[in-house]
Design a protein around this ligand. Structure first.
Ligand SMILES: Cc1cc2nc3c(=O)[nH]c(=O)nc-3n(C[C@H](O)[C@H](O)[C@H](O)COP(=O)(O)OP(=O)(O)OC[C@H]3O[C@@H](n4cnc5c(N)ncnc54)[C@H](O)[C@@H]3O)c2cc1C
Length: 427
């Protein structure tokens, strides 16, 4: 059991750091959030917005179910509109292989207590009448939904501040300080922020802080490019996942489009950190037909600069490059999905860096080797949905030394031995 913390320094003002600060304050624990740039400008403002349990890795599904139970109450609790819609998530199958995968995914979801069911072509037409395509069948989970990542992140941050958490923007954490074999706080340009626990929730930059302590984690970065359409007269509130494209309808008639479940190969910007934990990543990379495309570009230079100078690593990351080919492809698939629109028009495109782990489940919890140090990272593009339960559980662990939810499957030390592999039923 970890000693109980009275003050926690949190590195990273994304949704994880903000949610942890909120739940810490609810338990009466002091919380200081250090953010190197502006709050919520990295992954947390770039997510598509799916709040789903369906199709999760079997090790993660329980956590996702707990999070899903919290989402309906969050708008009231945080006193903010989150654009949360819970009208189900539909996944459609094009081929016999897709069908087989979805059926197995549905069985896994039902075993975890979800209402996921296989739906016929006729039922698909009933659930999403405007949806076109050669869909053989699909699966539908009524309790899944979607929300605004930006609004959810800001709502947690604002609620935490109302409860007395201190949020410091433009304050990079330079180092995690150790004294007498346990954490003593976080070093910043303006001095030490003393704390008896530190939560590293630094997203894709987690290892810049953990490596000097000999605690680097196997996290690699992939880049995904997404698209928001101009508004059309609203015709659905249900998120759809096809093999080629994922779609989230917004209440104002705009749509967000991202990667479908068969995947479009994401980008990986080469840099010194590409060599991070190759023993874990290289075999999986080579065996993966949807492996990331390796890119040499301005991010490579930025990345090398960060590797060479510790101070450079503390700067906010540059805006990620949008892959225009990917965006063009998304626009084509979007039009094919809803032909009655007569072609969606691009309002904006954006890219986001995703922190991925070898087993495609996140890294959450305390370090056994260093008392008082906790991490929340490697969310593999699932962190928006999980944030409430991760924030609450980490706050319990830091405040009380125990938590209602068991996080052992996500422990940072799991990479010392063989880890779970990709779950073929996960989408
Ligand atoms: C394109 C895309 C689509 C996604 N779609 C979904 C989805 O549909 N559903 C879902 O559940 N999830 C989705 N995700 C994943 C989700 O966005 C992330 O898992 C989640 O936002 C992670 O939150 P975070 O707080 O851990 O990280 P971040 O939001 O990246 O926050 C980390 C913060 O740490 C700060 N930081 C780093 N180093 C330092 C330092 N030294 N000092 C101070 N601050 C520092 C950074 O500036 C950053 O603000 C998606 C992600 C992307 C990129």
């Amino acid at each position: 059991m970890n000693a109980r913390a009275r003050k926690v320094a949190i590195i990273g003002g994304g949704i994880m750091g903000s949610a942890a600060a909120y739940y810490l304050r609810r338990l009466g624990i002091e919380a200081v959030v250090l953010e190197r740039g502006a709050f919520g400008t990295e992954q947390s403002s770039r997510a598509l917005g799916f709040i789903r349990c369906q199709g999760r890795h079997h090790a993660e599904i329980g956590l996702a179910v707990h999070a899903n139970r919290m989402w309906p109450g969050l708008a009231g609790e945080l006193q903010a509109d989150l654009e949360y819609v819970r009208e189900g998530n539909l996944v459609v199958a094009e081929t016999a292989a897709d069908e087989d995968r979805l059926r197995r995914s549905s069985a896994a979801a039902r075993a975890a207590g979800l209402s996921t069911r296989v739906v016929s072509r006729a039922e698909i037409a009933h659930i999403s009448p405007r949806l076109a395509g050669p869909w053989r069948s699909g699966i539908f989970t009524a309790e899944d939904g979607h929300a605004s990542p930006v609004k959810a992140t800001h709502a947690f941050a604002a609620a935490a501040q109302r409860l007395g958490a201190e949020f410091r923007p433009d304050t990079p954490a330079r180092a995690i300080e150790i004294a007498d074999g346990r954490v003593a706080g976080v070093r910043t340009a303006s001095g030490l922020v003393a704390a008896d626990a530190v939560l590293c929730a630094a997203g894709v930059s987690t290892n810049f802080l953990l490596r000097p302590l000999g605690l680097a984690l196997p996290i690699q970065i992939v880049r995904s490019s997404n698209l928001e359409s101009e508004p059309v007269p609203p015709f659905t509130r249900i998120g759809v996942w096809s093999p080629h494209i994922a779609m989230r309808p917004r209440l104002d008639g705009t749509f967000s489009f991202g990667t479908g479940y068969r995947g479009l190969r994401p980008d990986h910007d080469l840099g010194a950190v590409s060599l991070n934990h190759l023993g874990w990543f290289l075999p999986r990379f080579l065996a993966n037909p949807r492996r990331p495309r390796l890119r040499l570009n301005r991010d490579t230079l930025d990345n090398l600069g960060r590797a060479l100078a510790a101070r450079a690593a503390m700067r906010p990351m540059p805006e990620p490059i949008v892959n225009e080919d990917m965006i063009a492809e998304r626009l084509r698939w979007a039009g094919a999905l809803f032909p009655h629109v007569g072609g969606f028009r691009r309002a904006r495109a954006w890219a986001g860096r995703i922190d991925a782990t070898p087993d495609l489940i996140p890294i959450i919890g305390p370090f056994e080797k260093l008392k008082g140090l906790f991490v929340a990272g490697g969310f593999c593009a699932h962190g928006l949905a999980l944030a409430p339960i991760v924030g609450r559980t980490l706050a319990e662990l830091m405040a009380r030394g125990t938590s209602e939810i068991d996080l052992r499957a996500f422990r940072p030390e799991r990479f010392r031995g063989p880890v779970l592999d990709e779950d073929p039923t996960a989408l």
